[in-house]
Design a protein around this ligand. Structure first.
Ligand code: ES4
Ligand code: ZN
Length: 324
């Protein structure tokens, strides 16, 4: 069964490119850019990856990405991730980047987008992996800053397919970003929103009704509101669930307590992804194997999860047929 899961063709729909920064590359880029890291070794970095909650992870995540400066850095980061995609039988990936986190260090959106898209183009040519880039706003910053960032990104609009919302959830409800999401939607961008990871089901409702999210990232607290769950089922709104992320951030006590089986049983359009694989114990295959070890899902259920991802992907009809 593990060999079956490892070779199963996959679609990644919830992945933060900055969350693929492995400690080895972090050190290499620190050396290249003369950045002093608060760690002495790769082992020490890995030992620091003990998280209590989302915020304790975000602190290390934002610190780690401080080594990214040049177009080549963004290329190297993305190329390393795409090699992992190839090794994990990922055929299509829709990845987030956090432009505001890099603008804060004086790195232009042009530099970020150029490095990331050069790697994406190269992976399509060498591995046949297709992709889409999603510009994610940091919800713990102001909506004004999100709007300014959106404006700064518009000259590169042909390089991204949608907008997302991530970072510290509790206290930063979706409603805070109504104007910028309305703007992006009217410009023809896809809309996805992190909701119901640490935050309540109420935030999922806000993401859906106010921001008009086409997919909910995480959404593992959906069943806490039966009326909401019913809407999600009826409207076939995908939930991009990241099992190892939820365990590492103690959103669930352990994998056996994960609501995944209940979400599937409920008829929700669940898909499985890796979120920040350098920080959460592994890439797509690691997530699939961890789920299988905990729940022993049938091949039929795996087939359903795969087809859900085909349905949830932002691709052309032709590419969707090829992925099926
Ligand atoms: C994130 Cl796991 C998670 N949750 C919210 N925002 C994020 N950004 C990167 N990883
Ligand atoms: Zn995420």
């Amino acid at each position: 069964m593990n060999a079956f899961l490892e070779s199963l063709p996959k679609i990644e729909l919830h992945l933060h490119i900055e969350g693929t920064l492995e400690p080895e590359l972090m050190f290499e880029l620190a050396r290249r850019n003369d950045v002093t890291l608060p760690f002495d070794s790769v082992e020490q970095v890995r030992q620091a990856y003990e998280f209590e909650d989302l915020q304790s992870f975000l602190n290390l995540y934002y610190q780690g990405m401080n080594v990214l400066y040049t177009e080549q850095d963004f290329f190297d980061l993305t190329a390393a991730y795409l090699k992992r995609c190839h090794d994990n039988a990922v055929m299509h990936t829709e990845l987030f980047f956090d432009p505001q986190a890099h603008l804060a260090r004086g790195v232009s959106i042009s530099t970020q987008v150029a490095g990331i898209t050069r790697a994406l183009d190269e992976a399509e040519a060498t591995y046949g992996i297709t992709s889409g880039l999603i510009l994610s706003f940091l919800r713990d910053m102001s909506e004004e800053h999100a709007l300014e960032t959106y404006e700064a990104a518009l000259p590169y609009r042909e390089h991204f397919i949608g907008v997302g919302l991530d970072s510290a959830e509790v206290g930063n409800p979706p409603e805070k970003f109504e104007r910028v999401f309305e703007r992006a939607r009217s410009d023809g961008f896809h809309v996805v929103v992190h909701a119901g990871e640490e935050g309540p089901a109420e935030y999922i409702k806000g993401a859906l009704e106010v921001l008009k999210a086409e997919r909910i990232d995480h959404g593992i607290r959906s069943l806490e509101d039966p009326e909401l769950a019913k809407t999600l089922v009826e409207r076939r709104i995908p939930l991009t669930v990241c099992p190892l992320s939820n365990v590492y951030l103690k959103t669930v006590p352990d994998m056996s307590a994960h609501p995944l089986p209940a979400l599937i049983e409920h008829g929700l359009c669940v898909t499985l992804h890796s979120d920040d694989p350098a920080y959460f114990g592994g890439y797509m295959n690691a997530n699939f194997l961890a789920v299988q070890a905990a729940f022993d899902l049938s091949r039929d259920t795996w087939r359903t999860l795969s087809l859900n991802a085909v349905e949830a992907a932002f691709v052309s009809d032709m590419r969707r047929d090829a992925l099926r």
